[in-house]
Ligand binder design. Structure first.
Ligand code: FAD
Length: 418
């Protein structure tokens, strides 16, 4: 049987699952995506829409003390809920071990080629597939209110430059000239020219449409509850009792993937990190809220102009798999924005949302085959970079499934590394 005749089932119809479906179907493979709810409606729906190829992982020196401080300050951008949860405790232990300079270098060396490739793939996808998703190819500004935070951003920019990216340190005056919404308290920032932005939900929907043109099938409302190998094939059972057969399975269930790993006897240390967004428009007759995408550095809030509104998104909340909106944390996002921007007074809230980022403790995604289970591939754990790394993940997974040989070194992302 030719590799393209083999049937691949992708579990999860978020940005990762849809990108995997695209690169498999485009190469002529038989693909079905099983999605328990709706395509693109989980984390991929409301994220900040920023394509950030030079983004470092969350694991950095100093993060552990930041996480510990959050026990006392529940409105901190990074928050760990104080509760007895052995899986979270194990995750935090593994996380703390990789918040080192050495690990950051290792992670950047592994991620940089993916970042560069994914950026080129976005250009190619938008151009070739004519995706209507408000793609803006104009970078973003990271802006700071304190000299101390700007200083560490400059150090980070220097570190990122060593991996072939071109962040530019930029003065407060130059920043305000380019983005008039920034207020006088800004001391300086960093411009990331390789970045772009997009409406993330539109991107997923448009790409899913192109997958169907290439023959991929999507089944929504179809939750996989069990998967087991049976000779040359995999049997997947859905919640309503249907059993489907495939030659390859791609696990792309995002933050909800843990129960399926457990069914395979794998203790996969994935934790959800909740983030929120508020989409806002100016008050009637009020000034434009923002022209360019910005990150409000000290508060880790992304502000992204999209089609007709600005999305304010942020916070990393480790409180388990739940979709409870903690109002205080959500409000911090727009309160923080008012300290950086002079246009937000009276802004009209159009929507509020929370979603769960799938986070692995070393800050790197899991991409590739699980050697113990022939035919099983993993594509999850993309944390703050799932949209960014979607296309390259899809391409690499398609290469793993069809060629058994990815075109980039993915050894650092090996799903069995924990
Ligand atoms: C506030 C916020 C801002 C962010 N900003 C950015 C950004 O600017 N740039 C960026 O690159 N990333 C960003 N991210 C991260 C990004 O959104 C995620 O990394 C990405 O969406 C993860 O995609 P996914 O496909 O793995 O997961 P999801 O989008 O969560 O999709 C997983 C899907 O799998 C389905 N599923 C799970 N289990 C099963 C099952 N058993 N059977 C069937 N279906 C199943 C789920 O229903 C879900 O639809 C942000 C995240 C948040 C929360």
């Amino acid at each position: 049987m030719q590799s393209t005749d083999r049937h691949t089932i992708i579990i999860g119809g978020g940005v990762i699952g849809v990108c995997c479906a695209y690169y498999l179907a485009k190469r002529g493979a038989r693909v079905t995506v099983l999605e328990r709810a709706q395509i693109g409606k989980a984390a991929s729906f409301g994220n900040a829409g920023s394509i950030t190829p030079d983004h470092p992982p969350i694991n950095k020196p100093g993060r552990v003390s930041q996480a510990l401080r959050s026990f006392l300050h529940p409105l901190n951008p990074l928050y760990v809920a104080p509760k007895l949860d052995p899986a979270l405790a194990r995750w935090l232990w593994l996380f703390s071990r990789s918040c080192t300079t050495r690990h950051l270098e290792h992670a950047m060396a592994a991620l940089a080629p993916l970042g560069k490739t994914t950026r080129a793939l976005f250009d190619e996808l938008i151009e070739r597939e004519k995706l209507k998703c408000y793609f803006r190819n104009d970078g973003y500004f990271e802006v700071y209110l304190t000299k101390q935070a700007w200083e560490s951003a400059r150090e980070e920019a220097a570190m990122v430059s060593r991996f072939g990216f071109h962040p530019e340190v930029i003065s407060a005056g130059a920043l305000r000239e380019r983005e008039p919404a920034l207020n006088k308290g800004i001391v300086g920032g960093v411009f990331h020219p390789e970045a772009a932005s997009i409406n993330p939900y539109q991107f997923v929907l448009e790409l899913a449409g192109r997958c169907e043109n290439y023959g991929a099938k999507f089944r929504t409302g179809s939750e996989v509850v069990t998967l087991r190998p049976s000779g040359e094939v995999w049997n997947l059972e859905t919640r309503d009792g249907e059993v489907l057969e495939s030659h390859a399975v791609v696990l792309a269930g995002g933050a909800y993937s843990v129960p399926l790993f457990r069914k395979l006897g794998i203790d996969f240390p994935l934790q959800p990190a909740k983030g929120y967004h508020r989409d806002c428009t100016p008050p009637p007759g009020g000034p434009e809220l923002l022209r360019h995408a910005c990150v409000l550095g000290e508060n880790m809030v992304f502000c992204t102009p999209m089609d007709g509104f600005v999305r304010f998104a942020g916070t990393l909340e480790f409180s388990g798999v739940n979709h409870e909106i903690r109002r205080g944390r959500l409000e911090q996002i727009t309160k923080a924005s008012a300290r950086y921007l002079n246009t937000t007074s009276g802004a009209v809230i159009q929507s509020e949302w929370c979603g769960l980022r799938p986070c692995l403790p070393d800050g790197l995604p899991a991409i590739g085959p699980l050697a113990r289970f022939p035919g099983l591939f993993v594509a999850t754990g993309h944390a703050m970079m799932g949209l960014t790394l979607g296309p390259v993940t899809g391409k690499l997974v398609a290469e793993c499934v069809l060629d058994h040989k990815p075109s980039l070194d993915i050894s650092a992302f090996h799903p069995g590394r924990f």
